[in-house]
Structures are given as C-alpha cells and as structure tokens.
Write a protein that binds this ligand. Structure first.
Ligand SMILES: [Cu+2]
Length: 285
C-alpha cells in the first residue's frame, strides 16, 4: 500500500470509529433516551452512592466542585484582595442550574464554609448568610496571598455534602511547610490544647481527644455548634476533607483514609469566644 492509500484507509477507519463512538455516546446520553431507558442507569448510580454512604468515615470529601446528585458549587468572587475585609459569595446550583435554597440544618447551621490556604495555613470557619437570590455571602479577610480552598459543607435533601473550589488572593505567596506532628498546640491568649490520639492507622477508626488549659489550668469548654467542639481534618497534598463525628466533650471519631499527614483544626468555645488550635497528625499504615 502506498502512503496515500494507507492514509485514506486510516481516515476511513477513523470515520467508522467516530461514527460508532457517536452512536455509543448517543445511547449513553440520558437526554437522548426515553425515561424508561434512563431509569436503570440512574438507579445504578444511586445504588453506588448508597453503598458509599455505608463505607463510613473513611470516605473523603471536598475534592470536587460537583457531586453525583448534580449539585455544583459556583464561587461568585473567585479573586480577592489581601489584607482587607471583603465579600466572599458563592452558590450551590442544582442539576437544572438553579440555586439551591432549601438546606437542612446541620450542627446548628445550614451552611458551613471552611477557607484555608493550599499550604493549610489561614484556616477560617465561617457561617455565610443566604441571600434572596440564592447565593451565600460572608465577609472575609485573607491576610496572605495565594490560592485558597473553600469548602461548602451542607446538607440538602437529607444528604450531607462537601463541595469545594478555589479562590485566588493576588500577590507573591509565602507558602509554608506543614509543621511537624505535635501533641500540643497554642490557641492564643494563654490557651493551650493537648491532643491524645494514640497510634493512628489508615483505614481504622481513631478517637481524637483534646484537652484545653489556660495558663496551665484546666478549662471546661462551652458547647459549640451543637457539640463539645468542632473538628476539621484535611489531608496534606490534596486537602481532602474528612467527616469526623463528635463523641462527648472534645472527643471525635475519625477514620483517616490513607497513610500520611493531616492537619487537624479543633475549634472550641470558652467565655463566649471561639478559638482554633491546629495540629499535624501523622497516620501510619
Ligand atoms: Cu460551621
């Protein structure tokens, strides 16, 4: 075969492949099928999600901007300036592209917004307000430049969901290495938090227990968001967001999905003020 002939033959083959791919795509596209044909696939997808829910706390969240249920996080202010208070706005769109307006109350709020820079510094936990147009907004001040991850943690139709996206803060970012694992963290104003986690292994449920002192004296913390405190755990590298379950006091059950390092942000309330202590947790095999 001459080169030209081969090219023609190859072109014809490509055309055939393209047509069959298009046909297959059409067959798989739910919009191109009748309601009946689409049903088994939708059922299968839901079955998968249901199985995932039974996997327990090892599931990771916060890696995607959209989920299987068709919900999508849209940040309306993807670019912010540093060092000044400004408006951060976002919305959650449903499968039809309409803003979700009906949220379930979880941990006393309908929306929890976690903001943290990509190097796991600058953690903030905010409670935005739902506007009449279906967007959420909150004031935020980001003192340092860099790329920030924003996690919208909420429940809709009885399903807890964490969607995430990024916002940029212009300027030269002074990115920092993750601090070494430690069992004591400074929470400011003389508050110190101690972590007792024992040996934590990937895939095994672990109890994380915190105790708070101020100037060396034990502190009895006040309820915060319907529990003894609030804990956010993020994985180093991809900032996967772990769901943790409060037990009693400042105790939490968490399952770390993989070996490596995680940053724990414990929030507690004392004398009406919410404080944050951050720990690096090493998770073994
Ligand atoms: Cu919250």
């Amino acid at each position: 075969m001459s080169v030209a002939t081969r090219l023609v033959a190859f072109g014809a083959l490509l055309a055939v492949l393209f047509i069959s791919a298009t046909a297959a795509g059409g067959a798989l596209d739910p919009d191109a099928r009748g309601e009946e044909a689409a049903e088994p696939m939708a059922g299968g997808a839901h079955g998968g999600a249901g199985d995932g829910a039974h996997d327990g706390a090892a599931e990771v969240h916060g890696l995607a901007v959209a989920n299987d249920a068709g919900l999508q996080l849209e940040v309306l202010t993807p670019e912010l300036r540093r060092g000044r208070e400004q408006r951060l706005a976002f919305r959650v769109l449903d499968e039809r592209g309409e803003p979700v307006r009906d949220y379930d109350v979880e941990h006393e709020r309908r929306m929890h917004l976690i903001v943290v820079r990509r190097d796991l510094t600058g953690f903030q936990h905010l409670h935005p307000v739902l506007r009449a147009d279906g967007a959420w907004e909150t004031d935020v001040e980001l003192p340092d430049a860099g790329s920030y991850r924003v996690f919208a943690d909420f429940s809709h139709d009885g399903e807890a969901t964490t969607l995430a996206s990024d916002v940029r803060v212009d300027g030269a970012a002074d990115l920092r290495a993750l601090p070494e694992p430690a069992t004591v963290a400074d929470a400011g104003d003389g508050y110190e938090v101690r972590l007792d986690a024992g040996a934590v292994r990937a895939g095994e449920e672990a109890e994380l227990r915190f105790t708070v002192t101020r100037d060396g004296e034990p502190v009895g913390t006040e309820p915060y968001l319907g529990a003894g405190g609030h804990l956010v755990a993020l994985r180093e590298g991809d900032l996967a967001f772990l769901h943790v379950h409060p037990t009693d006091g400042l105790g939490f059950m968490a399952t770390f999905p993989s070996p490596g390092r995680y940053r724990l942000f414990l929030q507690f309330k004392h004398e009406g003020v919410v404080r944050t202590a951050a720990f690096t947790q090493a998770v073994g095999r």
